[in-house]
Design a binder for this molecule. Structure first.
Ligand SMILES: [Zn+2]
Length: 314
């Protein structure tokens, strides 16, 4: 049995797991992300790997990190949440642990995990969209991860969907993730609570009387209770998802869309409007096969499992 370690480097925590050939996580460990300093994060990764290796014979380490990873899968070109620029992550970690290391964009790693062991199993053409704080994207074409020439493809979240729209952390305006994400859900809820106080009174109540007091989880709670204003927030975000998937289908023609991320944990609240708008907006909709839209199956382990598997495959 060949084992590999998958590491998920997030803004708040670094999670690592020993993953077997069937994509099963057999041991796990995590630590807080130390600081913005790359060398501290590299040491944390090395410490986690050392802990896990003590009990398991592993052959390689895969690291999934949010950011632009170069085509050689060695250098983090740009990671907004970690303030990294041109960081040679692969070589620095390899020096510390003495095992082969592979670095992958976190959403690409998650897409690979879902393709191999999750909701995308058996589909050689898959597009994964992770709807969390922002949007992450991953593409598998003909059974291979598609990275693009420079390694930084599938950044769907920054397609401009509204000319001159809401500002985005990337420096542009009107990006898809400003309309289809946890942040977008909150934006809708706070706007309703602010300007349509009667309709949005349940939302306002949950925010202790202040629009800015409303949290994403509370919008979900209100929607699950059937509150029409909260349902309208999901309708807006889900519709944006459906339109985006229709656009991606025009370009990539996948067999399945796998939808993951924190907002997708709400299931049909997000997917029902997405499926409806997708079917409506798809070009030539009545004259073509439709890709399935499925919920991701591996939850927040998708990136860890995918990174480990990519490392094992080399
Ligand atoms: Zn953007």
């Amino acid at each position: 049995m060949s084992l590999a370690i998958g590491v998920d480097v997030g803004g708040t925590k670094v999670a690592a797991g020993v993953v077997d050939e069937q994509g099963v996580v057999i041991a796990k460990s995590r630590r807080p992300t130390p600081s913005a300093s790359p060398s501290d994060v590299e040491q944390t990764i090395a410490d986690l790997v050392a802990d896990l290796r003590a009990g398991h014979d592993v052959t390689a380490v895969g690291i999934g990190a949010a950011g632009f990873i170069d085509a050689e899968r060695s250098t983090v070109l740009f990671a907004p949440n970690l303030a990294w620029r041109d960081e040679p992550l692969r070589d620095e970690v390899a020096k510390l642990i003495g095992l082969p290391v592979f670095v992958e964009n976190d959403a690409n790693a998650a897409a690979w995990g879902e393709y191999r062991f999750g909701a995308g199993r058996g589909f050689d053409h898959l597009v994964c969209v992770t709807v969390g704080t922002g949007i992450g994207g991953g593409i598998v074409l003909d059974g291979r991860l598609y990275r693009g020439r420079f390694g930084i493809g599938a950044e769907f979240g920054h397609m401009q969907v509204v000319p001159n729209g809401r500002r985005c952390g990337c420096g542009q305006r009107g990006c898809w993730e400003q309309y289809c994400s946890g942040r977008a859900l909150l934006h809708e809820a706070r706007e309703i609570a602010d300007v349509q106080k009667e309709w949005g009174k349940r939302l306002l109540e949950l925010g202790d009387g202040r629009p800015e007091g409303i949290e994403a989880l509370e919008v979900t709670t209100a929607a699950q209770e059937g509150d029409p204003a909260a349902l309208a927030c999901f309708e807006a975000v889900g519709s944006s998802l459906g339109q985006g998937l229709a656009d991606l289908a025009s370009t990539l023609d996948p067999a399945v869309f796998v939808i993951g991320g924190g907002v997708a944990d709400t299931g049909e609240l997000l997917l029902a409007p997405a499926r409806r708008i997708y079917a409506e907006r798809l070009t030539g909709t009545t004259h073509r096969p439709h890709a399935e839209i499925r919920l991701a199956a591996l939850g927040n382990e998708a990136g860890m499992v995918g990174a480990a598997d990519l490392a094992r495959l080399g």
